[in-house]
Design a protein around this ligand. Structure first.
Ligand SMILES: [Fe+2]
Ligand SMILES: [Fe+2]
Length: 298
């Protein structure tokens, strides 16, 4: 594994790989981890150095804390297996698995899968309308709902532990709570009312039939409401980003603090993509479909 200093990282500048989502290599016996010390230069964008493959045995000798800091997506796996990656994170992974009473090979497998998770589908804009709805539901709604729930206790923990030293965390917690209170019912409205109507609209599009009846009049009405809610959620996201200086953890942040900010960065990125797909692709296409159906069936 190649370890670089902060000075060396700065010297390389843009030649370093910048990964919006840190990724590692493949295979249970040859997991690639990113240089865990280079996390020190992470400020907003993750800057990791590519490094040589390390074996499963190497991974088992890394402490849980090192892995959590090097690859924050691993913290989801640690939470799933109830492996303490924060205060008790200075234990080697193998020992931590033993203490948690979980099979070490199973944890390796889960970590490998998390490291190799596919990058987000960048071609969703080209999907047929019906598949685009399915894609938004399966990818973005599931992710947002799960992350809002997962990050809530993590936020509470970090605020309780570090709120006194970092009072901006109290405002962050309030904004996050407002976002959660807005987003969950927003997604339910889409899932129960708007999206089923768009699916029906797509299925009955002329020449098969006329525009389906709806108790909200035109599809533009719920679309307008959803877009207004997107705007206010976007303001909350921008506020959270400002409060945390682009989700930059303070010097010497503990793994929970870093994991929270990493989780919020991912949530923000996913929501921006989610809202883009709805505002700029799905909603205009649905409005056009309704308009052309009305026009053609008139
Ligand atoms: Fe949505
Ligand atoms: Fe939405």
């Amino acid at each position: 594994m190649r370890i670089i200093s902060r000075g060396e990282a700065e010297k390389y500048g843009t030649t370093l790989l910048k990964h919006p989502q840190p990724r590692t290599g493949t295979g249970l016996s040859s997991c690639t981890l990113f240089d865990f010390r280079s996390i020190e230069v992470w400020r907003g964008d993750c800057i990791f150095t590519p490094c040589m493959n390390i074996t499963t045995q190497d991974l088992s000798q890394r402490t849980v804390r090192e892995i959590a800091l090097a690859a924050p997506q691993s913290t989801r796996i640690f939470e799933q297996y109830k492996i303490d990656y924060c205060c008790g994170g200075r234990r080697p992974l193998a020992e931590a698995c033993e203490r948690a009473g979980v099979d070490v090979e199973e944890v390796y497998r889960s970590l490998s899968e998390a490291f190799d998770a596919p990058i987000p589908d960048e071609a969703a804009e080209k999907l047929p309308l019906s598949q685009l709805v399915d894609h938004i539901l399966a990818k973005h709604h599931v992710f947002a709902a799960a992350e809002l729930e997962r990050l809530t206790p993590l936020m509470d923990k970090v605020v309780k532990k570090h709120g006194e030293m970092h009072p901006e965390l109290y405002q962050l917690q309030t904004a996050f709570g407002d976002l959660k209170a807005s987003l969950l019912p927003h997604m339910q409205k889409e899932e129960r009312v708007l999206f089923p109507y768009i699916q029906k609209l797509y299925a009955t599009h002329p020449p098969q039939g006329a525009v389906p009846e709806a108790n909200f009049g035109t599809v533009q009405n719920p679309i307008r409401m959803m877009m207004t809610e997107h705007d206010s959620d976007g303001e909350l996201l921008a506020r959270m980003n400002r409060l945390t200086n682009g989700y930059s953890p303070p010097e010497g942040a503990c793994p929970s603090f870093a994991a929270l900010y990493y989780g919020l960065t991912e949530l923000e990125r996913d929501l921006h993509r989610h809202i883009h797909l709805e505002n700029n692709v799905l909603f205009p296409a649905a409005a056009e479909l309704e308009w052309s159906g009305k026009f053609e069936s008139a």
